[in-house]
Design a protein around this ligand. Structure first.
Ligand SMILES: C[S@@+](CC[C@H](N)C(=O)[O-])C[C@H]1O[C@@H](n2cnc3c(N)ncnc32)[C@H](O)[C@@H]1O
Length: 208
């Protein structure tokens, strides 16, 4: 519990809105009142501090929570068993690598990921995998976004430029363009920055 609140306090200082609000945003952008039969994959769920509120919203037919580390999956299971106790809470915790997701093509209607991408070994490979397991959006529905993710960018670039900055796993990205390059390179047709604050960036994306 100390660890859960510890890293999340740091995220608050970096401009993140906080677990509850981040879950609310996932629900408001990805869920649809008319289509509760949708399945959501939450990539890099960590100890489940955001995912638990997505599950408790009951706005998705089933939430799959995935993380690379067995220890995180165990923490997420404990969180959900403790806090997602109401009726009709449907979830599954899956250990897996975003670079090689253990799901068939076009399994999910929606995919979310909070504060995950900067921790991935290869963000383009990760986003391509997310696109592979995601169903295409309906062109006719302007509110039908397939993916919503947040990650960390440098709050102040200082003297860093595209030429000098070398991104590595677990480092903030240089800026919003560096994040959007990843989305473009992964083959998504449309994307939009939903919110930015200091080191926080929230992006929605879709393909047809
Ligand atoms: C900063 S935590 C975010 C946790 C949670 N989503 C949140 O918002 O608090 C980043 C997570 O990414 C996970 N991660 C790192 N590499 C990964 C990979 N290759 N595939 C999936 N998840 C990975 C880590 O285990 C960690 O739980």
């Amino acid at each position: 519990m100390v660890y859960d609140s510890g890293y999340r306090q740091l995220f608050r200082l970096l401009g993140y809105p906080g677990c509850e609000k981040e879950a609310e945003e996932v629900v408001s952008i990805l869920a649809s009142e008319n289509e509760r039969a949708m399945q959501l994959l939450d990539v890099s769920c960590g100890p489940g501090v955001v995912t638990k509120s997505i599950i408790s919203s009951k706005m998705f037919a089933k939430v799959y929570a995935l993380d690379f580390y067995e220890s995180m999956c165990e923490r997420a299971k404990e969180t959900f068993e403790r806090e997602c106790t109401g009726n009709n809470n449907s979830y599954e915790v899956v250990r897996g690598d975003v670079s090689d997701l253990p799901f068939a093509n076009e399994t999910f209607e929606k995919v979310s990921s909070t504060a995950g991408m900067h921790c991935w070994p290869n963000p383009v490979k990760g986003m391509k995998e997310i696109k592979r397991v995601l169903k295409p959006s309906a062109r006719s529905d302007e509110d039908d976004w397939g993916v919503l993710f947040s990650t960390v960018v440098l709050p102040r670039k200082g003297n860093e430029t595209r030429e000098t900055y070398k991104w590595e796993t677990n480092k903030p990205f240089l800026d919003r363009e560096a994040v959007l390059d990843i989305v473009r390179e992964s083959g998504f047709d449309e994307y939009e920055v939903v919110r930015e604050d200091k080191a926080y960036i929230l992006v929605k994306a879709r393909y047809f």
